[in-house]
Ligand binder design. Structure first.
Ligand code: HEC
Ligand code: HEC
Length: 284
């Protein structure tokens, strides 16, 4: 069983406004024109005026691109324009992000019940690089006016090859599943390609997670979560007894049932995704 430490989610909430307000920008722009400041500074001020914020760090974006493709593209799509995960190029949270600060807690903690896995192994710097890659994609989208969702049409059907999907399944899934056993009616359960694909890429469940709490004295208690926020953690153990602590007094780890699915994320090519989907749709 895999467990991952939980970082407090407080930084995920709130939406700091980074754009300087328009009035200040106009003032600043005029001020700069008068002073005839360097071209570089003028460009920066123009970006501010247009609400674009600091330009993305291109060197970091280049390092971030392969990490994005490996860890994020299966759900957020090539170029971050969305697949079954949301379009990041249009996400208000991403647009407000500066240097990965907003994105970091989401990537480290995930929103597992909503279908966004946590990536506790990505370092701060790696997330920064990924964030800069996404910011560069936003710039490109803005420049090209490419604001239509190219993935919308792909949702209903799949071009996958079920025979190849079956082979992928045999190589990567049978350690935990079987087509005759737990997944034998899966095609009837999720008859739409998009839903099926979302389900096997990240089979999030809305059930309460199981956590392991370690107290300062070293005692460990496992149970399902009754409450978990920045201040308190409350769990019910297997015997039905409930326990409650202040978050400051304990370490909390969340059970990671989907570690096997996370490990598969970097392994899928676009074709694998479609092939496995086609295969699973036939199981009914
Ligand atoms: C298994 C699918 C999946 C993978 C892989 C994935 N995401 Fe997500 N992501 C989602 C879903 C689904 C949501 C929406 C969650 C919600 O509704 O709160 C989301 C939300 C987000 C958000 C918040 C967007 C917003 O507007 O609130 C960010 C940022 C994000 N993901 C970044 C990433 C990055 C960076 C990676 C790669 C390191 C990644 N995701 C990998 C599925 C995924
Ligand atoms: C290491 C074990 C493991 C591997 C490998 C694995 N899975 Fe899973 N899978 C799980 C677990 C555990 C769940 C259920 C999570 C839950 O019940 O909350 C699950 C759930 C699913 C579901 C959702 C079932 C439903 O009824 O909603 C599908 C579909 C699925 N997996 C498909 C696959 C496919 C396809 C592969 C290979 C590409 C795969 N899994 C590989 C462990 C694994």
């Amino acid at each position: 069983m895999q467990w991952c430490s939980l970082i407090r989610p407080s930084t995920v909430r709130g939406c700091p406004v980074r754009r300087s307000n328009l009035k200040n920008s106009v003032g600043l722009l005029l001020f700069c024109l008068v002073l005839n400041v360097s071209a570089q500074e003028r460009e920066r001020d123009l970006r501010n005026f247009l609400g674009l914020g600091a330009p993305p760090d291109e060197a970091a974006a280049k390092l971030g691109e392969p990490l994005y493709k490996q860890n994020c593209a299966a759900c957020h799509g090539e170029n971050a324009r969305g697949a079954q995960g949301p379009n990041l190029v249009r996400s208000p949270l991403v647009l407000h992000d500066e240097k990965g600060k907003e994105i970091l807690p989401i990537v480290q903690n995930g929103r597992p019940a909503e279908g966004m896995p946590a990536f506790p192994k990505l370092s701060r710097e790696e997330v920064y690089n990924i964030a800069e890659y996404i910011h560069l994609e936003i710039e490109k989208a803005a420049n090209r006016g490419l604001y239509n969702n190219i993935y919308a049409q792909r949702r209903k059907q799949t071009s996958g090859n079920a025979t190849k999907g079956k082979a992928f399944f045999a190589g990567h899934c049978v350690s935990c599943h079987s087509a005759e056993g737990d997944l034998n009616k899966i095609g009837a359960k999720y008859p739409e390609a998009a839903t099926m694909q979302a389900r096997f890429i990240w089979p999030a469940s809305h059930a309460s997670p199981t956590v392991r709490v370690t107290t300062k004295s070293g005692a460990k208690v496992e149970g399902t979560v009754l409450q978990l926020d920045d201040f308190e953690v409350k769990v019910r153990d297997a015997q039905g007894a409930s326990h409650e602590w202040s978050r400051d007094d304990v370490a909390v780890e969340v059970e990671d049932k989907l570690d096997g699915h996370r490990a598969l994320l970097p392994k899928y090519t676009d074709d694998d995704l479609h092939n496995v989907t086609a295969y699973l749709l036939e199981l009914k």
